[in-house]
Design a protein around this ligand. Structure first.
Ligand code: ASP
Length: 322
């Protein structure tokens, strides 16, 4: 019997203790703990890693402080356009949706794409039409309206900038050759990775993308190999970070490839992948699990909302670097 393990994230970025109130931190911790318990409940009853990551991400999507599902950031037009993906490491099957609107839990729709179609990614109006045919739950615009996101949009529009999640300021790194891509202050996608008692791995990721995004911008989250990847032989990975760079690094697949081609441990491969992101100017982090139930949670930002449970059943939740 394999050692079960579950890890989740709620985004990475400039998350500083000095800027956090005790109450808000408690809320974030509560949201993470609830998602961990939900996923763990499934794994500990010999449920599948696929069910566990989906259930954990649903909880995170329903929690208004994270940038996914209910708490998603606003586009320039004041709408919510959601991206999500899921992958089953047992059989290399995957599903993803991009640019969907009013779908309460995009990760559920991604799973339906995997299971009910012969495709991997559906986008835009077609994905919404598929959602209607599958009878998934829709929610009105008001459900996705959170005041802090709206204020973020107003600020971003005023400053004429596009930004990720809680970023109140954008930092442009002039040393960086790709500095035309602005660096966000904070990111807030959600994700989960798990190893079940049969040693099967799975990963899922969900996001609202960037505040004030325009023209149908899509990030790494729904792209298999960039934001999400799972393969039993190596690992399951879910990323959070500046999507443009995470796409350039094929980041989630990169961890798996380093394990496979270089024979690295999960920890080493995951750290090398984040080192590469640092090299090319990408800010963020990832969570990863292997078939032995090892977990790695590297990031190069100031903080990352993260938590995990391993075979001993102990919950660990962290936010800051130390
Ligand atoms: N990776 C996401 C995106 O670029 C953002 C995030 O991780 O918060 O859309």
């Amino acid at each position: 019997m394999a050692k079960i393990a579950l890890a989740i994230h709620g985004g990475a970025g400039t998350i500083l203790k000095s800027e956090m109130t005790a109450e808000l931190e408690k809320e974030y911790r509560g949201g993470l703990e609830n998602a961990l318990r939900t996923g763990w409940d499934i794994l500990s009853k010999n449920g599948s890693s696929l069910d566990a990551v989906e259930a954990a991400v649903v909880e995170l999507e329903n929690f208004p402080l994270f940038n996914a599902g209910r708490g998603s950031v606003f586009t320039h037009e004041g709408k919510n356009e959601l991206d999500a993906s899921i992958m089953d490491g047992k059989n290399l099957r995957a599903g993803a949706v991009a640019f969907v609107k009013n779908v309460k839990n995009p990760v559920k729709l991604a799973r339906l794409v995997m299971e009910k179609t012969e495709h991997i990614m559906l986008g835009g109006e077609g994905a919404n039409e598929f959602a209607r045919q599958m009878n998934v739950e829709f929610a009105p615009d008001e459900y996705f309206f959170t005041e802090h996101r709206y204020l973020q949009l107003m600020k971003a529009i005023k400053a004429n900038r596009i930004q990720l999640d809680h970023a109140d300021e954008m930092e442009n790194d002039t040393e960086n050759p790709k500095s035309k891509i602005q660096n966000p202050k904070s990111l807030g996608t959600v994700g989960a990775v798990a190893c079940d008692s049969n040693g099967n791995l799975a990963a899922a990721t969900s996001t609202g993308g960037m505040t004030n995004k325009k023209f149908g911008r899509i990030g790494d989250t729904p792209i298999i190999g960039a934001g999400t990847y799972a393969e039993n032989a190596t690992c399951a990975v879910s990323c959070t970070g500046h999507g443009e760079f995470f796409m350039l690094g094929a980041t989630a697949f990169d961890v798996s490839a380093r394990m496979k081609y270089k024979n690295l441990s999960l920890e080493e491969a995951a750290q090398e992948t984040i080192n590469y992101q640092t090299e090319i100017g990408g800010e963020g982090g990832l969570i990863a699990v292997d078939k032995l139930g090892n977990i790695a949670l590297p990031f190069n930002s100031d903080g990352m909302y993260r938590g995990f449970i391993q075979a001993d059943g102990m919950i660990t939740i962290s936010i800051y670097r130390n």
